[in-house]
Design a protein around this ligand. Structure first.
Ligand SMILES: [Zn+2]
Length: 201
């Protein structure tokens, strides 16, 4: 393993020392080193992806999935997500957590939220995504409020608003995890609840 001095400091602990794991080419847009921080052990790109490249890459990934996953399978995924949302909603209810105002980063089809809404019919829902087609679908299909942004580039205009923030299978795609966590903390109201669920594959 090759020890390297990074171009940018670690976004979690600010250390410049790391171990080179691989060279990553992101959609032919940007090439960066994948570096494991010697202090906090977080693996990150160095240098970090630019906001512009992340936006293009997210859009490319969305259209790749649209092409590769058949409409039948997409419908099956929506039903599966709805069921997961219902189960998650009831698990909250059992803990006496009754959200009024939910924010989800990267909502996909929005059916996980629809499942939660089945359990809490009066809940207000806002979704954040960088891909306009995802936001349009969520607005027209479900009537959710939409905000166009990356999870770590989110401009927090009103603090302490949401009592439940959901990020399913998102955190492992976010470049600057530290900044996203700071954002989530700002957006949550006192006593609010966050549900970051990474899918490590
Ligand atoms: Zn670190």
């Amino acid at each position: 393993m090759q020890k390297i001095h990074r171009e940018e400091p670690c976004r979690i602990c600010q250390s410049r020392e790391g171990t080179l794991l691989a060279l990553i080419d992101y959609w032919n847009l940007q090439t960066s080193n994948l570096v494991k921080c010697d202090s906090c052990r977080l693996s990150q790109l160095d240098p970090m992806l630019s906001i512009e490249n992340q936006e293009v890459g997210c859009e490319a990934y969305f259209y790749k999935e649209q092409i590769e996953i058949s409409p039948k399978e997409q419908k099956r995924n929506m039903i599966r997500n709805f069921r997961r949302g219902v189960v998650f909603g009831y698990s909250l209810k059992l803990k006496n957590i009754c959200p009024q105002n939910i924010l989800e980063f990267g909502p996909g089809s929005g059916y996980f939220l629809e499942g939660i809404k089945f359990v809490f019919p009066t809940v207000k829902i806002t979704v954040v995504d960088v891909v306009q087609a995802v936001l349009d679908f969520n607005k027209h299909e479900h009537g959710y409020n939409t905000i166009k942004s990356l999870a770590d580039d989110f401009k927090v205009e009103t603090e302490g608003v949401y009592d439940l923030i959901i990020a399913r299978d998102i955190i492992e795609h976010v470049s600057d995890v530290g900044r996203m966590i700071v954002n989530v903390k700002k957006l949550l109201c006192v006593g609010g609840f966050s549900f970051p669920n990474p899918k490590w594959t």
